[in-house]
Ligand binder design. Structure first.
Ligand SMILES: Nc1ncnc2c1ncn2[C@@H]1O[C@H](COP(=O)(O)OP(=O)(O)OP(=O)(O)O)[C@@H](O)[C@H]1O
Length: 342
């Protein structure tokens, strides 16, 4: 299998604003890339161009040395050796689970022992062997999505494209399915591109996250890297549960700011010199007897702690974790142990 390369990819539907604008990306062989971004940012359009369902207005798509799409033409979807998994499962209701899983093999003319072997293997990979003769209507949402996963694997695709595959499931089932997806990825070795607007899902599943906004790619990095060093306000606010504050410019290049530096900047006022955006994670907001004055706006009990929303006296909002019961309107003091300049 080979690296999937998107080179200066554009899609203009003629609506006056391109849906995808100059997206360049390399997805390593066997990688699991999450395409993350708010609704309408162009994620699905990128996925559909990779699959061959949509023709790029500009740019090219390569799988290793093989050109799938460029100005001179495009390889049709059925010759790309890719599989797609949809939010809606897209199963045939009148066919059994086994027949659904085997359908792509039938289309390719595979039959007999080879057919049975491949279907059995795919069903085992998602632990659905016992359900082979059932119909989709007799399965839960999670089991239906596992059928769709097995079907996507049965032809040994080079690339599996997943379009919000867990969006229809409840929170508990989503977590369980995340485990299934990780296993599925590890076993199949296929390169995966996974569209989602759920950052927690992207962090839990992917080896790399690509954040998009308004058709453009903002940042591509491993989950831990993008969490620790997000680029810009949108990525900062999208990944993890941080708060973005605007504070007087620091004048130095250091992007990691400690409390000493922050305290000096935040208490000096805004007399000229411009401002910078900083990202503050809830675990770095420490409640105590000194620091910035703030008021508790909401305190949500989460079992082991309280998730607090605080308003600083300058009107900006922070998120914090509290150990003690807290009430709306309580006055507190906070120290920001560290922050990241966006
Ligand atoms: N067939 C189409 N014709 C015209 N405009 C389209 C078409 N498909 C998508 N668009 C527009 O292109 C932009 C990107 O859409 P796309 O579906 O790729 O976004 P998305 O990030 O996947 O959104 P969502 O998470 O809501 O599915 C949107 O503004 C959308 O309205």
């Amino acid at each position: 299998m080979a690296k999937l390369i998107l080179h200066k990819l554009c899609k203009d539907y003629g609506t006056g604003k391109p849906a995808v604008n100059d997206v360049s990306l390399k997805i390593r062989d066997g990688g699991f890339l999450a395409l993350l971004g708010p609704s309408g940012c162009g994620k699905t359009t990128v996925l559909r161009m990779i699959a061959g369902f949509e023709t790029p207005s500009d740019g090219s798509i390569l799988l290793g040395e093989r050109v799938l799409s460029d100005a001179s033409g495009a390889v049709p979807p059925e010759r790309r050796n890719m599989a797609m998994v949809f939010q809606s499962y897209a199963l045939w209701p009148h066919m059994t689970v086994a027949a659904n899983v085997g359908y792509p093999l039938k289309v390719r003319g595979v039959s007999g022992e080879r057919y049975r072997e491949k279907v059995g293997e795919a069903l085992r990979s998602v632990r659905l062997e016992q359900y082979a003769e059932r119909r989709p209507a007799d399965l839960s949402g999670g089991q239906r999505q596992r059928v769709a996963l097995a079907r996507s694997l049965v032809t040994d695709p080079d690339v599996v494209l997943l379009d919000e595959p867990l969006a229809n499931l409840d929170r508990h089932l989503r977590q369980e399915m995340e485990e299934t997806f990780r296993e599925f990825h590890a076993r199949s070795g296929a390169t995966m591109v996974y569209v989602t607007h759920d950052q927690a899902e992207a962090m839990a599943l992917a080896t790399d996250i690509a954040v998009m906004s308004e058709g453009r790619l903002l940042q591509v990095a491993a989950p831990a890297e993008i969490y620790a060093r997000p680029e810009g306000r949108l990525v900062g606010s999208l990944i993890g549960q941080g708060a973005v504050l605007s504070i007087p410019a620091s004048g130095d290049d250091n992007r990691e700011l400690d409390w000493q530096r922050l305290a000096a900047l935040m208490t000096q006022g805004r007399a000229g010199g411009g401002t910078i955006d900083i990202l503050v994670r809830p675990q770095d907001v420490l409640l105590g007897s000194e620091g910035l004055n703030a008021t508790i706006e909401t305190a949500l009990y989460e079992g082991e702690r309280y998730a607090l929303r605080l308003r600083l006296d300058d009107g900006q909002v922070l998120r914090a974790h509290g150990r003690q019961p807290a009430m709306r309107g309580d006055r507190v003091k906070v120290v920001l142990s560290k922050a990241w300049r966006l």
